[in-house]
Ligand binder design. Sequence first.
Ligand code: NAP
Length: 311
Amino acid sequence: MEKIYDVIIIGGGPAGLSAALYAGRARLDVLMIEKMTEGGQIATTNEIENYPGGLEEDSGPALSLRMKAQAKKFGAAMVRENVVEVDLEGDVKVVKTDTNTYKAKSIIAATGAKPRLLDVPGEKELTGMGVSYCATCDGAFFADLPVFVIGGGDSAVEEALFLTRYAKKVTIIHRRDSLKAAKYLQDQAIDHPKIDFIWNSAVKEIKGKFEVKSMTIKNLITNETTEIEASEEDGTFGIFVFVGLVPLSELFEGKLDMDGGYIITNENMETNIKGVYAAGDIRAKTLRQVVTAAADGAIAATQVDKYLNGH
Ligand code: NAP
């Protein structure tokens, strides 16, 4: 007989993993589909300082692995596949991956968000060759070299602080004259002897072949452009881009109500389609953190249980 899951969770970040845990504990037949490593954005985040109970020496990947093990302990099935299409209409929902077709009575969309690109010449060509979106992954390649961090939010400042472990010097380039990051992060960065700032400036071009050789920045107040070149001694420098997030909601476009690409739900994580829920960073909301993603996942799975079993 054709297998029909109680719930399919699309995405294995903190929202998806938390939903898998709660659905498993509710004895629902649950499948979580993640295309990459479980953990989503925290899989590439070194420290998770503000998750309640988080340990100082803990890392994003370690927390993800514990969340995964905990969900598995309660029976959640997980596959690593890329979802390419969803049919959300009707009582039985259909999820197609590049290798399989799955069916379920309900869906939790927990596809999260991905880093926004600067969208300047040279960025794509030099990604992985000096331009990076992950300090934990690539920071060590820039030991004793200068690095530039682009952005002014929590990610930029947190990752700039992390990069001071390796880099000779970290310069944060921000398009405003002050940071947007949480005050405790700002204070740490401003006081850090290895961190400098270039304010009111935007990157216009990145140049180099197989490694970054120079970068053009423009002062947005004076319109003056400056070329930052790698010194002869260093040969190159790193550029770490943290300029916000883009929702990963293409699968649901035209199917679910959205606001700027983020899925609209009520406080029970219900979308405009019965039996379809959204949780975590993909949801239109004001605070995108591990703790709110985990909370969304718990609420969504509890509501699925109510929807299917009436309690
Ligand atoms: P964010 O808060 O959206 O900040 C993005 C920053 O990049 C802003 O300073 C923005 O400047 C700048 N920016 C946007 N587009 C740009 C462009 N094209 N060129 C140059 N600069 C650009 O993004 P985030 O820091 O990635 O954080 C995303 C979410 O995750 C936030 O909700 C954040 O609180 C959360 N987060 C939390 C933690 C934590 O709690 N420890 C850690 C990381 C992330 P403008 O201000 O001018 O738009």
